[in-house]
Write a protein that binds this ligand. Structure first.
Ligand code: RIB
Ligand code: CA
Length: 326
């Protein structure tokens, strides 16, 4: 276990968060040492319960799950994405609600403080939700950026349209001020925006492959994805399909997916109250020369991938489900 890389997952467990969690739990080289929840797809409290439900499914109730922020740094929660992730946040897919573990007695910031001290210098953070917890942690823990190896964020849109507004992606617009704080802090930053997540699309054939594998893990993901396909997917793609935003960020963290266009550029969050609020202004002006010769910015941004992710995700989940079922 000692040589496995520790990862903390900050999430609003939701359907694609659950896929990301299972993808990370399936990795031999990574050790999920903690999970923190935040509002977004549902309340932080419900998202924490949903993470516990997923951990129960795979027998990993040893992993601490701490409840985080229910409100953004500024203003109020404007919506919860239950229309996208179902009323329970996991696609109303029938995953048992009875869990043997409880949420951790610590809150999200305390868990981040403890784990970043225990794994100082090695802890990686996969942030696939509004960034409020990380902003609070930066405020509360003065040397946090020295303790963390890097942060991989699912969020934003560089040259692609938003999904919550024409300009803004959901995780960022939920708390623009938090996103600006996280993206301007002095730690390693990778951004996985809609530019790539909306183009790595799960199709019915992927769901069929999951169902055919006939394990509890793959059946849960297949059922939850059915909800994702039915509402969100059909609305966006005019067919039964869906992205797997957070799981792609996980695969980029592990290196299973290496973006084909992946420059280090500057990113600024629009924190004004205009139509651009919550947009991520990415300096992609170097794109016409392949970003050759551009001064390195502070955030590595995934602008293009090769389309192979759905196959990687399905195979990872099938193999993991099969290992657990032996
Ligand atoms: O915009 C997609 C993001 O918002 C994903 O993280 C999804 O889970 C929701 O949180
Ligand atoms: Ca999420």
């Amino acid at each position: 276990m000692a040589d496995r890389t520790p990862v903390l997952i900050d999430c609003d467990t939701g359907i694609d968060d659950a896929m990301a969690l299972l993808f990370m739990l399936a990795q031999d080289r990574y050790d999920v040492v903690g999970i923190t929840s935040v509002f977004g797809n549902n309340t932080a409290a419900q998202c924490a319960i949903n993470s516990l439900r997923v951990l129960e499914l795979v027998g990993r109730t040893d992993i601490p799950v701490a409840v985080g922020a229910e409100q953004p740094l500024v203003g109020e929660v404007t919506y919860l994405a239950t229309h996208v992730h179902g009323s329970d946040g996991l696609g109303d897919a029938g995953l048992p609600v009875d869990v043997t573990a409880s949420v951790d007695a610590r809150d999200a910031v305390q868990l981040i403080d403890d784990l970043s001290r225990e794994h100082a210098g090695r802890l990686r953070i996969l942030a696939v939700a509004p960034l409020t917890n990380l902003a609070h942690a930066l405020e509360a823990i003065p040397d946090l950026t020295q303790r963390i190896h890097d942060v991989v964020i699912m969020g934003g849109a560089a040259d692609a349209p938003g999904n919550q507004s024409p300009a803004a992606e959901a995780n960022i617009i939920h708390d623009p001020e938090a996103a600006q704080a996280v993206l301007s802090a002095d730690w390693g930053l990778t951004l996985v925006p809609l530019d790539v997540t909306m183009r790595e699309v799960l199709e019915e054939s992927d769901r069929t492959a999951l169902f055919d594998a006939a394990t509890p893990v793959t059946e849960f993901v297949a059922r939850a994805t059915d909800f994702y396909f039915g509402g969100y997917g059909s609305d966006v793609y005019a067919r039964r399909a869906s992205p797997a935003h957070d799981a792609l960020a996980a695969a980029i963290l592990t290196g299973d997916i290496v973006p084909t266009v992946f420059p280090e550029i500057d990113v600024t969050v629009d924190c004004t109250d205009g139509p651009g609020r919550g947009s991520t202004i990415c300096d992609t002006r170097g794109r016409y020369r392949g970003f050759e010769g551009t001064a390195a910015g502070r955030v590595r941004v995934a602008l293009q991938t090769d389309g192979g992710f759905p196959r990687v995700l399905v195979q990872t989940l099938v193999d993991y489900g099969s290992r657990l079922s032996r």
